[in-house]
Design a protein around this ligand. Sequence first.
Ligand SMILES: Nc1nc2c(ncn2[C@@H]2O[C@H](COP(=O)(O)OP(=O)(O)O)[C@@H](O)[C@H]2O)c(=O)[nH]1
Ligand SMILES: Nc1ncnc2c1ncn2[C@@H]1O[C@H](COP(=O)(O)OP(=O)(O)O)[C@@H](O)[C@H]1O
Length: 187
Amino acid sequence: MNKPYLFIFTGTSGSGRKTAAHKALENSGILHIPSCTDRPPRDKERPDQDYRYVSKEKFNVLNQNGFFTETVQIDRHRYGIGKRYLVLALNAGNSVYLVLNREGSDTIRRIYGERAIRIFLYVDKKTVSERLESKGTSYEIIDSYLSHYSEEVTYRKACEHVIENRSLASTIEQIKKIVNSYLTPAP
Ligand SMILES: Nc1nc2c(ncn2[C@@H]2O[C@H](COP(=O)(O)OP(=O)(O)O)[C@@H](O)[C@H]2O)c(=O)[nH]1
Ligand SMILES: Nc1ncnc2c1ncn2[C@@H]1O[C@H](COP(=O)(O)OP(=O)(O)O)[C@@H](O)[C@H]1O
């Protein structure tokens, strides 16, 4: 039997990690482990789909109680992966996927070694702005994404796989191929 894997979607913010990962892996049996965050939900975000939203007070209490495998602060907000969700899924033999920035990806790779597969998605800055503007995303959020672009984009060199997300259909196909290459036993 294959050991469970942790597929980590990382890369530049706004590159399409959540969209592509969910579409590629829906009905795959690979479980999404959503992060907890103390930031409020944005327009069109569905609770418990991309994030579990908690108050700042609750996040602090959970953190003090050792609830998280790892946490990160980005701008004014905190994010973390609940240890319990991850361990339960892995112990049941399920592979999982996570969407993390570079610090979180490094931490998970350090803990899980070669079971943690980092898939790095990117598009150029202009494309990020154009896509988000066309969806009506606020300038504040677009600016925040672009301000982290340079520090995130260099992380691609550390990752096991790199995809430029031009066409969503092609990105989804590439993700499926990568994931299957780990899950399908060699003949
Ligand atoms: N280390 C770490 N990073 C996270 C976690 N959850 C989300 N992130 C990353 O933190 C950043 C959050 O940015 P934000 O603008 O709030 O959300 P986005 O719309 O999902 O990109 C993104 O790069 C996420 O991939 C987590 O639990 N741990
Ligand atoms: N290949 C693509 N072509 C056009 N738009 C895309 C593509 N991939 C993702 N998007 C759009 O880009 C925006 C950002 O995607 P999202 O998945 O939220 O990025 P991330 O999780 O990396 O921050 C979304 O509005 C999404 O629909």
